[in-house]
Design a protein around this ligand. Structure first.
Ligand SMILES: [Zn+2]
Length: 285
């Protein structure tokens, strides 16, 4: 079976264009926004566009395809933002199966200044978070996945323990995890040595289960280990260390997971062929 390596690409030229573009860059899986990520506006896609997209997906072999949810989402917000977040995710997870998209990758949100301990269960708005997640799941098709991305910047999901708490308390098989190498690095997970990598995967498997690991974002970082910032850098140009990418791409427990880049691009035009080629170069036969 071939590895799945792809990129987050723009749909500004249309959904079809994103499929064509990932093929041109040499990728075979894809992440897209369903609408502009910085506004609450919802996408409307015609019957006709859905049919052409499904045809193109099938012919091209690009699979899987993920949505990345809006940046505005905060599922732990008790007010309007929380409500809008639920609505936006219901819309997106309902659209996903129509386009043969697996689900949405979400930055869960933030407990704002409630930062005394790292445990989610101690936070005032934790109940809100669980209610909102359940409401999204109850109102969307059973095959759509809600994929929580780990955070690197004091937001929800900064540690494996936080993700573990949410996953245990929601207790629904449709909740999955996206790990981002830049965010892991920001949260001080140093996965460069084989030994640390193995220990980390063991911890993930014990607490969450590797069957929940749906996708990995492969990004380098502009910042140092543990800096709690999530500024992405091109592969090999930042502080993450190419050993981390090599570990993910060659470990029998992770190498069949889809890998998606969200790098700035060597010509600053977004994820490019060069970044994908660099990753492919780390794959041992
Ligand atoms: Zn990411």
């Amino acid at each position: 079976m071939t590895l799945r390596i792809g990129a987050h690409l723009s749909i500004s030229g249309g959904l079809l264009n994103a499929i064509k573009s990932i093929k041109d860059k040499g990728g075979n899986c894809l992440q897209i926004f369903s609408s502009s990520p910085r506004t609450w506006s919802k996408s409307t896609i015609s019957r006709n566009d859905i049919t052409t997209f499904l045809d193109a997906k099938k012919t091209s072999g690009v699979d899987p395809i993920f949505f990345h949810a809006l940046y505005l989402i905060n599922l732990a917000d008790p007010d309007q933002t929380g409500k809008k977040s639920v609505e936006a995710l219901i819309h997106e997870l309902s659209l996903a199966p129509q386009l043969d998209v697996l689900g949405s990758i979400v930055h869960t949100g933030s407990f704002k200044n409630d930062n005394k301990t790292l445990s989610c269960r101690d936070k005032k708005n934790y109940k809100t978070l669980l209610t909102n997640i359940n409401s999204v799941l109850e109102n969307t098709p059973g095959e759509s996945l809600l994929i929580l991305e780990n955070a690197g910047n004091r937001k929800i999901g900064q540690t494996i323990d936080q993700l573990c708490e949410i996953i245990q308390d929601v207790n629904n098989p449709r909740i999955r995890v996206c790990l981002d190498t830049c965010h892991l690095h920001a949260a001080e997970y140093d996965l460069r040595s084989k030994q640390n990598y193995k220990r980390f995967l063991d911890e993930f498997d014990t607490k969450i289960g590797l069957d929940r690991l749906e996708v990995v974002h492969m990004n380098d970082s502009k910042d140092k280990l543990g800096d709690l910032r999530d500024r992405h850098e091109n592969i090999g140009e930042g502080y993450v260390g190419v050993e981390v990418f090599t570990n993910f791409l060659n470990d029998p427990r992770t190498k069949m997971i889809p890998f998606i880049i969200e790098t700035p691009g060597f010509d600053k035009q977004g994820p490019d062929k060069k970044n994908l080629d660099l990753l492919k170069g780390f794959v041992r036969e």
